[in-house]
Ligand binder design. Structure first.
Ligand SMILES: Cc1ncc(COP(=O)(O)O)c(C=O)c1O
Length: 378
């Protein structure tokens, strides 16, 4: 099947770009003494995950549905990297009883106490990472906070003790997405590393072995100069990359492996608009580049082969309509014929992929070599 035989809009995955991106981070981390625990929330697809690492290798997930799905596809060492809520304990327990090694994350005494009680009553052993906040971006405990040891006090010291046991710390340097330069990403990466290592040292001084120090985001994974004291790195969006990562200087536009194929369905010539059938349902509402130096609207417009058309962006989005213009001057918008196929590069790969049921995979031509389904929901 060829691209021009697809019904639009459709999600296209350029496997060659994806394989290059996967190799880039793998090769970079090979220079450090650190493991990669890829975050599969970006792809939510066993077919994509298989190209990152064989089933059995460690992964990170953002939902228990992902945990369930990847476990059924052969991945058993799973870090659920969103603070656990008590209403999910039973689901985690079910996965553990079926043979998954589930690690959970928390950053407060209440949840630690509740999980410890749950593990006592079910006689389950569940490793726990305390989330550390190294950049004020989101959740977690500051590395120097007394709270760190108060949470630890609720947990067992080692796996041998059974129950909910403290296996270490994790952090996610989300502030790396706001960095004005790659030099700033390096600084955020060092804050991420040093904060996580410091928290682990405090736990070790209190007699918790805390063997795991888990850090990561795509920008910091690519620009950190040191991973000293870190045991594993998590990154997800690096597999596809997107316009936000391009705006940060982490990748080239030609590295972006994901695009949405859409059709020109009409024009408003006097306004300089091309209308397509790819609206926000196909792209998502994510406007992640709006705060960056170059605002890419809802996406950069490429031809059917994936080559950017100079100056064209998807400027507006209705649910099922996209409006494409020349970014500098709408009178320069070329009135591409009705039926023209375009590929739109997304702001945020995770959000755009989440709008679709699967990937139409191409490899350097318009030939579709595979369809890879993906999961969604919770
Ligand atoms: C906890 C956690 N770890 C790792 C990642 C991966 O970061 P990225 O999407 O930059 O690859 C995320 C992304 O949101 C995350 O929330």
């Amino acid at each position: 099947m060829q691209l021009n035989e697809l019904e639009t809009p459709a999600l296209i995955l350029d496997r060659l770009a994806m394989d290059r991106n996967i190799a880039r981070l793998r090769d970079r981390l090979a220079g450090f003494d650190v493991a990669l625990r890829p975050h599969v929330k970006t792809n939510k697809s066993a077919d994509v995950a298989r190209r990152i690492g064989a089933p059995g290798s460690p992964i990170t997930v953002s939902t228990l549905k992902e945990a369930e799905y990847f476990f059924e596809h052969g991945w058993a060492d799973i870090l659920y990297a969103v603070g656990i809520a008590a209403n999910k304990f039973a689901h985690v327990a079910d996965l553990v009883q079926r043979g998954a090694r589930m690690t959970v994350v928390l950053d407060n005494v209440e949840t630690a106490r509740a999980l410890a009680a749950f593990c006592r009553s079910t006689e389950l052993t569940i490793p726990v990472l305390i989330e550390i906040d190294t950049d004020g971006h989101r959740s977690g405990v500051p590395p120097e906070a007394p709270l760190l040891l108060e949470i630890a006090a609720q947990l067992g010291k080692s796996e041998a003790a059974g129950g909910a046991w403290l296996s270490g710390v994790m952090t996610h340097a989300g502030d790396s997405y706001n960095c004005p330069s790659t030099a700033d990403i390096e600084k955020v990466a060092e804050l991420e590393r040093a904060g996580a290592v410091r928290a682990a040292q405090r736990l070790r001084a209190a007699d918790y072995p805390a063997p795991v120090v888990s850090v990561g985001s795509t920008p910091t994974a690519h620009f950190a100069r040191s991973f000293d004291g870190v045991t594993e790195v998590r990154a997800g969006v690096y597999v596809f990359f997107d316009l936000v990562m391009h705006g940060l200087g982490v990748c080239e536009q030609s590295d972006i492996a994901l695009s949405v194929l859409c059709s020109v369905i009409g024009h408003q010539q006097e306004k300089g608009w091309i209308i397509t059938d790819g609206g926000w349902m196909a792209m998502s509402r994510d406007r992640g580049t709006s705060g960056q130096k170059v605002d890419q609207g809802y996406g950069v417009v490429c031809d059917q082969a994936g080559i950017p058309l100079p100056g064209l962006i998807m400027q507006q989005a209705n649910q099922e309509h996209g409006i494409i213009v020349h970014r500098d001057d709408t009178s320069l918008t070329p009135m591409l014929p009705v039926g023209t196929l375009l590929r739109i590069l997304p702001n945020h790969a995770c959000s755009t992929a989440a709008q679709h049921d699967g990937y139409h995979v191409v490899a350097g031509s318009s030939q579709i070599e595979a369809y890879w389904p993906r999961i969604s929901g919770w």
